[in-house]
Design a protein around this ligand. Structure first.
Ligand code: COA
Length: 431
């Protein structure tokens, strides 16, 4: 038997045995998004009665996040880089913390011991013939946290697709839990008429041969619907989902014209259905690399015709973008938005696009606002912003003065709010 196979067998434990090594006060980093290891989290949460003040560090939690549920606060304190559906209530009730950080910078928090990691809980593929496991659908900060952690506990799951790029040798893992279970999936969002109109307006800005970054959700997926006639698109994106698979199968995404990594889909994590996970499994054209490479603005900016497509909650008339707060309430976070906005601005013939519906709350609120709501943070600054797109058109703000920006943004606001926006802007001396 190979030496690594002996070591592999020696390190196998049950989930319950693995989490017994976690102590009160430890900082535990969990593998990201759909890559989180469900059986290890479940076992950790079952130890709530024995533990005090374990800090759980995570970004987008796609599982039930039981450690953030009411009653868990003495045992676990959740510290997030992104507020998502399963953790939002814990923040609102002040049972969890939020740490603002660009996605590209998170690995440095761990590697430079700004947030020293005691334990990492990750999910991996089975080892290959040389004893290397693939991080599968989550490399992002997961690899840096693993390399920095004092204790590495891994769930090895045969459902995890083997992706190209980052790998880990069994020698780096302290405890292995073998548990085969379907990965967490993200179902394709419902795309309505407004999203379709936005998608069509965004697609008009995408040139043949462009390299794309797409965010999560209905708007990026709606954009993909209108790219079917384009040629030789490429993907360099923090993540991608099922919509990209359809365009690859249709021959629209070839990655042929990419300046860096030609012929390859480059991402740092993946979220989608089994269809996506099967597409990337052992696919030599798909590589996942750490987020401090994939989202590095200097790397992004080297791609000619780099197009980033992200969304927002509110944009003011100067072009300041709030993509993360509803008033003073933290709704999500920056994610990779600013990494891509900044990277794309360096790209020859690149465009960064923030696409959003013109209204919220069933049409009662204009998302194009004279000023951001009190308490809201600026995610993308007015100095970085480029294109804003709604269902009413596209406003290119680069090089425009404040008066021209206000005019351009009002022209893509919902018609029912344009007069009040003009009046308010005149009262405030903007127009
Ligand atoms: N005022 C009040 N409520 C608002 C609002 C506003 N200006 N804008 C949106 N809302 C409400 C919506 O009505 C909706 O409420 P509902 O759930 O009751 O219908 C809710 O807030 C969410 O808005 P929605 O536009 O549906 O959000 P989304 O799920 O499409 O996500 C972002 C949009 C901006 C939050 C999300 O894209 C994000 O977090 N972006 C930042 C991170 C990023 O860009 N990462 C890079 C790529 S992964």
């Amino acid at each position: 038997m190979n030496n690594w196979k002996v070591k592999y067998l020696e390190r196998i434990v049950t989930p319950e045995q693995a989490v017994m090594h976690i102590k009160s006060g430890d900082r535990v980093v969990i593998g990201h998004a759909c890559g989180e290891p469900p059986s290890l989290i479940e076992a950790l949460v079952s130890r709530a009665a024995d533990l005090i003040s374990v800090e759980i560090v995570h970004m987008v939690a796609m599982g039930p996040a039981k450690y953030a549920q009411l009653g868990m606060e003495k045992s676990f304190r959740h510290n997030a880089f992104f507020v998502g559906a399963s953790t939002r209530k814990a923040f609102e009730e002040m049972r969890a913390d939020f740490t603002p950080c660009f996605f590209s910078e998170i690995p440095r928090l761990f590697k430079n011991k700004i947030l020293p990691v005691d334990v990492v809980l990750i999910q991996l593929t089975q080892p290959d013939e040389q004893g290397y496991c693939s991080f599968g659908i989550s490399v992002d900060y997961t690899q840096a946290a693993t390399e920095s952690a004092k204790l590495v506990i891994a769930q090895v799951n045969s459902y995890m697709p083997r992706t190209g790029g980052a790998k880990i040798h069994l020698d780096e893992i302290d405890f292995i839990v073998e548990k085969d279970e379907p990965l967490i999936e993200l179902n394709p969002p419902k795309i309505g008429e407004i999203e379709k109109a936005i998608g069509e307006n965004v697609a008009k800005l995408v040139q043949d041969g462009a390299t794309l970054q797409l965010g999560i959700g209905a708007i990026p997926d709606a954009v993909l619907l209108f790219l079917k006639e384009k040629k030789d698109l490429g993907i360099h994106s923090e993540m991608f989902s099922d919509g990209v698979v359809a365009l690859a199968e249709a021959g629209v995404i070839t990655n042929r014209k990419k300046t860096l990594n030609p012929g390859k889909f480059i991402a740092t994590f993946l979220m989608g259905t089994r269809k996506l996970y099967d597409f990337v499994d052992n696919n030599p054209t798909v590589e996942l690399h750490p987020v401090d490479y994939v989202n590095d603005p200097y790397v992004i900016g080297q791609h000619e015709k780099m197009i980033s497509i992200n969304s927002a909650l509110q944009v003011d008339l100067m072009g300041q973008v709030n993509a993360e707060m509803i008033g003073s309430r933290q709704f999500s976070a920056v994610g990779g938005q600013v990494d891509y906005v900044r990277g794309t601005s360096r790209s020859l013939n690149g465009k960064s696009i923030i696409a959003l519906p013109s209204t919220a709350a069933g049409g009662k609120i204009s998302r194009i606002a004279c000023e951001l709501d009190q308490g809201a943070a600026v995610t993308t600054s007015r100095y970085d912003v480029h294109y804003i797109v709604t269902e009413y058109g596209a406003a290119n703000l680069r090089g425009k003065n404040l008066r021209q920006r206000a005019e351009a943004l009002i022209s893509i606001a919902h018609p029912g709010f344009r007069v009040s926006l003009i009046n308010e802007a005149q009262e405030k001396g903007i127009l």
